[in-house]
Design a protein around this ligand. Structure first.
Ligand code: SAM
Ligand code: SF4
Length: 310
Protein backbone atom coordinates (compact mmCIF):
# COMPACT_ATOMS: atom_id res chain seq x y z
CA UNK A 1 0.00 0.00 0.00
CA UNK A 2 1.16 3.53 -0.75
CA UNK A 3 1.48 5.89 2.22
CA UNK A 4 0.77 9.64 2.35
CA UNK A 5 4.27 10.38 0.98
CA UNK A 6 3.95 7.95 -1.93
CA UNK A 7 6.21 5.27 -0.38
CA UNK A 8 5.24 1.67 -1.14
CA UNK A 9 5.07 -0.08 2.25
CA UNK A 10 5.68 -3.75 1.46
CA UNK A 11 8.12 -5.01 4.14
CA UNK A 12 7.26 -6.27 7.65
CA UNK A 13 9.84 -7.06 10.34
CA UNK A 14 8.42 -9.33 13.03
CA UNK A 15 10.16 -9.62 16.40
CA UNK A 16 9.35 -13.10 17.71
CA UNK A 17 10.73 -12.51 21.19
CA UNK A 18 12.65 -9.94 23.23
CA UNK A 19 14.72 -12.76 24.76
CA UNK A 20 18.19 -13.68 23.63
CA UNK A 21 20.86 -16.22 24.51
CA UNK A 22 23.55 -13.52 24.00
CA UNK A 23 23.95 -10.05 25.51
CA UNK A 24 25.64 -7.87 22.90
CA UNK A 25 27.06 -4.77 24.58
CA UNK A 26 25.27 -2.26 22.34
CA UNK A 27 21.94 -4.12 22.24
CA UNK A 28 21.08 -5.42 25.72
CA UNK A 29 22.09 -4.55 29.25
CA UNK A 30 24.29 -6.97 31.20
CA UNK A 31 21.53 -8.23 33.45
CA UNK A 32 19.32 -8.82 30.45
CA UNK A 33 15.84 -7.40 30.26
CA UNK A 34 12.53 -7.25 31.99
CA UNK A 35 11.23 -10.06 29.86
CA UNK A 36 7.80 -9.71 28.37
CA UNK A 37 5.79 -12.42 30.08
CA UNK A 38 4.98 -15.46 27.98
CA UNK A 39 1.28 -14.63 28.02
CA UNK A 40 1.97 -11.23 26.40
CA UNK A 41 4.05 -12.68 23.57
CA UNK A 42 2.06 -13.06 20.36
CA UNK A 43 1.22 -16.64 19.49
CA UNK A 44 2.14 -17.94 16.04
CA UNK A 45 -1.58 -18.00 15.21
CA UNK A 46 -1.85 -14.30 16.06
CA UNK A 47 1.29 -13.40 14.08
CA UNK A 48 -0.23 -15.29 11.14
CA UNK A 49 -3.54 -13.41 11.45
CA UNK A 50 -1.85 -9.98 11.59
CA UNK A 51 0.48 -10.82 8.69
CA UNK A 52 -2.44 -12.06 6.61
CA UNK A 53 -4.24 -8.74 6.97
CA UNK A 54 -1.01 -6.87 6.23
CA UNK A 55 -0.49 -9.00 3.12
CA UNK A 56 -3.93 -7.94 1.91
CA UNK A 57 -2.67 -4.34 2.33
CA UNK A 58 0.43 -4.95 0.23
CA UNK A 59 3.10 -6.45 2.51
CA UNK A 60 5.17 -8.84 0.36
CA UNK A 61 8.34 -9.46 2.35
CA UNK A 62 8.61 -10.61 5.97
CA UNK A 63 11.69 -10.78 8.18
CA UNK A 64 11.68 -12.74 11.45
CA UNK A 65 13.94 -11.25 14.11
CA UNK A 66 14.13 -10.69 17.87
CA UNK A 67 15.78 -10.83 20.45
CA UNK A 68 17.06 -14.08 19.10
CA UNK A 69 14.22 -15.60 17.04
CA UNK A 70 15.60 -19.12 17.36
CA UNK A 71 15.14 -19.15 21.16
CA UNK A 72 11.43 -19.58 20.34
CA UNK A 73 10.29 -23.12 19.75
CA UNK A 74 9.38 -24.40 16.30
CA UNK A 75 10.12 -21.26 14.29
CA UNK A 76 9.93 -23.49 11.21
CA UNK A 77 6.25 -24.02 11.99
CA UNK A 78 5.66 -20.26 11.84
CA UNK A 79 7.62 -20.04 8.57
CA UNK A 80 5.34 -22.69 7.10
CA UNK A 81 2.23 -20.79 8.27
CA UNK A 82 3.48 -17.49 6.79
CA UNK A 83 4.43 -19.27 3.56
CA UNK A 84 0.78 -20.16 3.04
CA UNK A 85 -0.34 -16.51 3.02
CA UNK A 86 -1.24 -15.23 -0.42
CA UNK A 87 0.90 -12.24 -1.34
CA UNK A 88 3.88 -13.08 0.88
CA UNK A 89 6.70 -13.55 -1.62
CA UNK A 90 9.77 -13.64 0.59
CA UNK A 91 10.47 -14.81 4.16
CA UNK A 92 13.83 -14.01 5.77
CA UNK A 93 15.35 -14.55 9.20
CA UNK A 94 17.96 -12.55 11.13
CA UNK A 95 19.83 -14.59 13.73
CA UNK A 96 23.06 -14.72 15.70
CA UNK A 97 23.40 -18.31 14.32
CA UNK A 98 24.42 -19.87 17.64
CA UNK A 99 21.26 -22.06 17.58
CA UNK A 100 21.18 -22.45 13.81
CA UNK A 101 23.02 -25.75 13.52
CA UNK A 102 19.95 -27.64 14.70
CA UNK A 103 17.37 -25.43 12.99
CA UNK A 104 18.74 -24.76 9.48
CA UNK A 105 17.40 -27.84 7.70
CA UNK A 106 13.85 -27.49 9.08
CA UNK A 107 13.78 -23.77 8.28
CA UNK A 108 14.67 -24.50 4.67
CA UNK A 109 12.10 -27.28 4.43
CA UNK A 110 9.44 -24.94 5.85
CA UNK A 111 10.10 -22.41 3.08
CA UNK A 112 12.50 -19.84 4.53
CA UNK A 113 14.10 -17.94 1.63
CA UNK A 114 17.01 -16.04 3.15
CA UNK A 115 19.25 -15.75 6.17
CA UNK A 116 21.07 -12.77 7.67
CA UNK A 117 23.57 -13.67 10.35
CA UNK A 118 25.06 -11.24 12.87
CA UNK A 119 28.75 -11.72 13.60
CA UNK A 120 30.65 -8.82 15.11
CA UNK A 121 34.08 -10.45 15.33
CA UNK A 122 36.00 -13.37 13.85
CA UNK A 123 38.21 -13.54 16.91
CA UNK A 124 36.89 -15.87 19.63
CA UNK A 125 37.94 -13.62 22.51
CA UNK A 126 36.56 -10.46 20.97
CA UNK A 127 33.35 -12.28 20.04
CA UNK A 128 32.96 -13.41 23.65
CA UNK A 129 33.56 -9.81 24.80
CA UNK A 130 31.05 -8.11 22.50
CA UNK A 131 28.36 -10.77 23.07
CA UNK A 132 29.15 -11.01 26.81
CA UNK A 133 30.06 -14.68 26.79
CA UNK A 134 29.06 -16.01 23.36
CA UNK A 135 31.04 -18.82 21.76
CA UNK A 136 32.24 -18.01 18.23
CA UNK A 137 32.44 -21.71 17.44
CA UNK A 138 28.66 -22.09 17.91
CA UNK A 139 27.99 -19.28 15.43
CA UNK A 140 30.48 -20.60 12.87
CA UNK A 141 29.01 -24.10 13.12
CA UNK A 142 25.56 -22.61 12.59
CA UNK A 143 26.79 -20.80 9.48
CA UNK A 144 28.46 -23.96 8.11
CA UNK A 145 25.27 -25.96 8.51
CA UNK A 146 23.13 -23.20 6.99
CA UNK A 147 25.40 -23.08 3.92
CA UNK A 148 24.21 -26.59 3.05
CA UNK A 149 20.69 -25.26 2.53
CA UNK A 150 20.85 -21.52 1.81
CA UNK A 151 22.54 -19.43 -0.92
CA UNK A 152 23.66 -15.85 -0.60
CA UNK A 153 23.79 -15.78 3.19
CA UNK A 154 24.45 -12.27 4.47
CA UNK A 155 26.78 -11.67 7.40
CA UNK A 156 26.07 -8.47 9.31
CA UNK A 157 28.86 -6.96 11.39
CA UNK A 158 28.25 -3.76 13.32
CA UNK A 159 31.46 -1.84 12.61
CA UNK A 160 32.82 -0.56 15.91
CA UNK A 161 35.73 1.87 16.13
CA UNK A 162 38.65 0.44 18.06
CA UNK A 163 36.96 -2.94 18.33
CA UNK A 164 36.60 -4.66 14.95
CA UNK A 165 37.73 -2.04 12.42
CA UNK A 166 41.11 -3.86 12.37
CA UNK A 167 39.35 -7.04 11.18
CA UNK A 168 38.27 -5.89 7.70
CA UNK A 169 40.96 -8.00 6.00
CA UNK A 170 39.78 -11.06 7.93
CA UNK A 171 36.14 -10.42 7.03
CA UNK A 172 36.97 -10.02 3.33
CA UNK A 173 39.01 -13.21 3.38
CA UNK A 174 36.16 -15.01 5.14
CA UNK A 175 33.62 -13.59 2.67
CA UNK A 176 35.70 -14.71 -0.30
CA UNK A 177 36.51 -18.20 0.90
CA UNK A 178 33.01 -18.96 2.25
CA UNK A 179 31.04 -17.03 -0.41
CA UNK A 180 29.27 -14.96 2.22
CA UNK A 181 27.92 -11.46 1.62
CA UNK A 182 29.39 -9.36 4.43
CA UNK A 183 27.73 -6.06 5.27
CA UNK A 184 29.21 -3.58 7.71
CA UNK A 185 26.60 -1.72 9.71
CA UNK A 186 26.85 1.61 11.43
CA UNK A 187 25.96 1.59 15.11
CA UNK A 188 22.69 3.36 15.92
CA UNK A 189 22.95 5.15 19.26
CA UNK A 190 19.54 3.98 20.49
CA UNK A 191 18.75 2.30 23.83
CA UNK A 192 21.86 0.97 25.59
CA UNK A 193 23.96 1.87 22.54
CA UNK A 194 23.72 5.53 23.63
CA UNK A 195 26.51 4.69 26.08
CA UNK A 196 28.73 3.35 23.27
CA UNK A 197 29.11 6.45 21.11
CA UNK A 198 32.87 5.97 21.32
CA UNK A 199 32.37 3.01 18.93
CA UNK A 200 30.70 5.15 16.23
CA UNK A 201 32.29 4.75 12.82
CA UNK A 202 30.89 5.35 9.35
CA UNK A 203 31.51 2.12 7.38
CA UNK A 204 31.69 4.08 4.14
CA UNK A 205 34.69 6.01 5.43
CA UNK A 206 36.52 2.74 6.02
CA UNK A 207 35.48 0.86 2.88
CA UNK A 208 35.95 3.78 0.45
CA UNK A 209 39.67 3.80 1.28
CA UNK A 210 40.27 0.18 0.33
CA UNK A 211 41.95 -0.55 -2.98
CA UNK A 212 40.62 -4.11 -3.12
CA UNK A 213 37.00 -2.86 -3.16
CA UNK A 214 35.25 -1.04 -6.00
CA UNK A 215 32.06 0.87 -5.22
CA UNK A 216 29.08 -0.08 -7.38
CA UNK A 217 26.89 2.74 -8.71
CA UNK A 218 23.56 1.42 -7.42
CA UNK A 219 22.79 0.72 -3.77
CA UNK A 220 20.95 -2.50 -2.91
CA UNK A 221 18.04 -1.25 -0.81
CA UNK A 222 19.66 0.33 2.25
CA UNK A 223 23.18 -1.00 1.50
CA UNK A 224 25.93 0.68 -0.52
CA UNK A 225 27.68 -2.10 -2.41
CA UNK A 226 31.30 -2.82 -3.28
CA UNK A 227 32.73 -5.37 -5.68
CA UNK A 228 35.45 -7.49 -4.14
CA UNK A 229 38.44 -8.12 -6.45
CA UNK A 230 38.56 -11.63 -7.94
CA UNK A 231 35.26 -12.63 -6.36
CA UNK A 232 31.60 -12.72 -7.44
CA UNK A 233 30.36 -11.65 -4.01
CA UNK A 234 29.67 -8.10 -2.90
CA UNK A 235 30.46 -6.29 0.34
CA UNK A 236 27.96 -3.81 1.76
CA UNK A 237 27.82 -0.78 4.01
CA UNK A 238 24.65 0.21 5.85
CA UNK A 239 24.53 3.66 7.42
CA UNK A 240 21.26 4.31 9.23
CA UNK A 241 22.81 7.23 11.09
CA UNK A 242 24.98 9.08 8.56
CA UNK A 243 22.49 8.65 5.78
CA UNK A 244 18.72 8.96 6.02
CA UNK A 245 16.64 6.29 4.29
CA UNK A 246 13.37 7.80 5.46
CA UNK A 247 12.24 9.01 2.03
CA UNK A 248 12.60 5.43 0.73
CA UNK A 249 11.54 3.56 3.89
CA UNK A 250 9.17 0.69 3.05
CA UNK A 251 9.00 -0.96 6.52
CA UNK A 252 6.67 -1.67 9.35
CA UNK A 253 7.65 -3.49 12.53
CA UNK A 254 5.61 -5.82 14.73
CA UNK A 255 6.96 -6.21 18.28
CA UNK A 256 6.84 -9.49 20.16
CA UNK A 257 4.10 -8.10 22.42
CA UNK A 258 1.86 -7.15 19.51
CA UNK A 259 2.56 -3.48 18.79
CA UNK A 260 3.04 -2.07 15.32
CA UNK A 261 5.92 0.39 15.08
CA UNK A 262 5.59 2.46 11.92
CA UNK A 263 9.12 3.88 12.45
CA UNK A 264 12.16 2.26 14.09
CA UNK A 265 13.15 5.48 15.84
CA UNK A 266 9.69 6.53 17.00
CA UNK A 267 8.02 6.14 20.35
CA UNK A 268 4.69 5.78 18.57
CA UNK A 269 3.38 2.22 18.53
CA UNK A 270 -0.09 0.80 18.22
CA UNK A 271 -1.31 -2.26 20.11
CA UNK A 272 -2.92 -4.63 17.60
CA UNK A 273 -2.73 -7.74 19.74
CA UNK A 274 -6.44 -8.10 20.43
CA UNK A 275 -8.20 -6.47 17.47
CA UNK A 276 -10.66 -8.47 15.39
CA UNK A 277 -10.10 -8.81 11.63
CA UNK A 278 -12.17 -5.77 10.64
CA UNK A 279 -10.57 -3.56 13.31
CA UNK A 280 -7.15 -4.91 12.30
CA UNK A 281 -7.69 -4.04 8.65
CA UNK A 282 -8.89 -0.49 9.38
CA UNK A 283 -6.18 0.17 11.99
CA UNK A 284 -3.31 -1.20 9.87
CA UNK A 285 -4.49 0.71 6.81
CA UNK A 286 -4.53 3.91 8.84
CA UNK A 287 -1.08 3.20 10.35
CA UNK A 288 0.45 2.59 6.93
CA UNK A 289 -1.08 5.67 5.37
CA UNK A 290 0.15 7.90 8.22
CA UNK A 291 3.66 6.41 8.53
CA UNK A 292 5.92 9.16 9.94
CA UNK A 293 7.69 11.34 7.34
CA UNK A 294 11.17 10.90 8.81
CA UNK A 295 13.12 10.15 11.98
CA UNK A 296 13.63 13.84 12.71
CA UNK A 297 9.88 14.38 13.04
CA UNK A 298 9.20 11.76 15.73
CA UNK A 299 9.50 11.50 19.52
CA UNK A 300 12.32 8.98 20.10
CA UNK A 301 11.55 5.45 21.32
CA UNK A 302 12.66 4.21 24.72
CA UNK A 303 12.59 0.60 23.53
CA UNK A 304 15.79 -1.44 23.33
CA UNK A 305 16.94 -2.98 20.05
CA UNK A 306 16.29 -6.54 21.25
CA UNK A 307 12.62 -5.56 21.65
CA UNK A 308 12.35 -3.87 18.27
CA UNK A 309 14.37 -6.36 16.25
CA UNK A 310 16.83 -4.02 14.57
N1 SAM B 1 19.50 -11.74 17.58
C1 SAM B 1 19.45 -11.58 16.19
C2 SAM B 1 20.78 -11.08 15.65
O1 SAM B 1 21.61 -10.62 16.44
O2 SAM B 1 20.95 -11.15 14.43
C3 SAM B 1 18.32 -10.70 15.69
C4 SAM B 1 17.99 -9.48 16.47
S1 SAM B 1 19.25 -8.22 16.51
C5 SAM B 1 18.43 -6.96 17.45
C6 SAM B 1 19.19 -7.67 14.84
C7 SAM B 1 20.35 -6.83 14.40
O3 SAM B 1 20.32 -5.58 15.07
C8 SAM B 1 21.73 -7.43 14.68
O4 SAM B 1 22.47 -7.49 13.46
C9 SAM B 1 22.37 -6.43 15.61
O5 SAM B 1 23.76 -6.33 15.42
C10 SAM B 1 21.64 -5.16 15.24
N2 SAM B 1 21.69 -4.15 16.27
C11 SAM B 1 21.31 -4.23 17.56
N3 SAM B 1 21.49 -3.05 18.20
C12 SAM B 1 22.00 -2.20 17.27
C13 SAM B 1 22.40 -0.83 17.29
N4 SAM B 1 22.31 -0.09 18.39
N5 SAM B 1 22.88 -0.28 16.15
C14 SAM B 1 22.97 -1.02 15.00
N6 SAM B 1 22.59 -2.30 14.92
C15 SAM B 1 22.12 -2.88 16.04
FE1 SF4 C 1 20.89 -10.86 21.05
FE2 SF4 C 1 20.95 -10.07 18.51
FE3 SF4 C 1 20.83 -8.25 20.50
FE4 SF4 C 1 23.05 -9.63 20.19
S1 SF4 C 1 22.15 -8.19 18.70
S2 SF4 C 1 21.97 -9.27 22.14
S3 SF4 C 1 22.31 -11.56 19.48
S4 SF4 C 1 19.27 -9.71 19.99
Amino acid sequence: MIDHLGRNIDYLRISLTDRCNLRCLYCMSEKGIDKVSHSDILSYERIYAITKVLASLGIKKVRLTGGEPLVRKEVAKLVMMLRSIEGIKEICLTTNATLLKKAAKDLKAAGLDRLNISLDSLDPQKYAYITRGGNLKDALEGIKEAQKYFDKIKINAVLLKGFNDDEIDDYLKFAKSEKLYVRFIELMPLGVAKAYRKFLLDPLEVLDKRTDLKKLPDPDGVAELYELKDSPITIGAIRALSHSFCSRCNRLRLTADGHIKPCLFAKEEIDVSTLDDKELYDTLKDIIYHKPDNKESVALTGRLMNEIGG
